[in-house]
Ligand binder design. Structure first.
Ligand code: GAR
Length: 221
């Protein structure tokens, strides 16, 4: 890890497999990312173990310890400020963030979501894909604006929906693809290739009309 590596905080609520993918990429593949802090809103989130094993400082800020969303958000923001994170990565952070928080981190905060946004914001995405009879699904990474799973989409990865799929098989096949997507997309930030500009995504200085698509061999098209 070098001084000029991008400083990021990762917010989690659960398994933390995307956090683990980022840690692996830093440790084994030279991703120039400095994960300065992990924040979990759940004391028992298994993902906390990935951070601890990698020696990353962890803050557990349980939403149940606060009277309202605003005060919980404020406590998280304070920790993020102290960490000096340049990028905030919501990796399975299952709390809705208030408008003030979203505005404070506009252009500096991204979220992962297991659907081809703008389709299927919210929960239970796999069953909704199956119920609709969609032939493909995927994961998206977007800049966070106020509102559930909303904000300009930066990147996506797609997988086919197979005739025998159920929610478990879709999730099992999409998971590793989403891990590729988070690592490749965060790498764009590390290389300063992606920016936010008044509600739009800039890629290498140009506004993109549709999300970057990550192929399964790891190239953005
Ligand atoms: C990921 O699939 C992510 O896309 C999803 O939670 C999972 C967390 O997995 N996020 C959302 O649904 C946000 N609305 P992980 O804890 O193993 O990284």
């Amino acid at each position: 890890m070098k001084q000029d590596d991008l400083k990021a905080a990762v917010l989690i609520s659960g398994t933390g497999s995307n956090l683990r993918a980022l840690i692996n990429a830093v440790q084994n593949d030279g991703l120039k990312l400095n994960i300065v802090r992990v924040v979990s809103n759940r004391k028992a989130a298994p993902g906390i173990g990935h951070a601890k094993n990698a020696g990353i400082p962890v803050s557990v800020i349980s939403h149940t310890d606060f009277p309202d969303r605003q005060s919980h958000d404020a406590a998280v923001a304070e920790v993020l400020e102290q960490s000096q994170a340049e990028l905030v990565i919501l990796a399975g952070y299952m709390r809705i963030l208030g408008e003030d928080f979203a505005n404070k981190y506009a252009g500096r905060m991204i979220n992962l979501h297991p659907s081809l946004l703008p389709l299927y914001k919210g929960l239970d995405t796999y069953n909704r894909v199956l119920k609709a009879g969609d032939r493909e699904t995927g994961s998206s990474i977007h800049f966070v604006t106020a509102g559930l799973d909303s904000g300009p989409v930066i990147s996506q990865i797609r997988i086919p929906v197979l005739p025998d799929d159920d929610a478990a098989s879709l999730s099992a096949r999409l998971g590793p693809m989403e891990h590729k997507l988070v690592v490749a997309t965060v790498e764009l930030f590390c290389n300063r290739e992606v920016n936010y500009d008044h509600g739009s995504v800039l890629y290498r200085g140009r506004k993109i009309g549709k999300p970057l698509q990550l192929t399964h061999d790891g190239t953005f098209i």
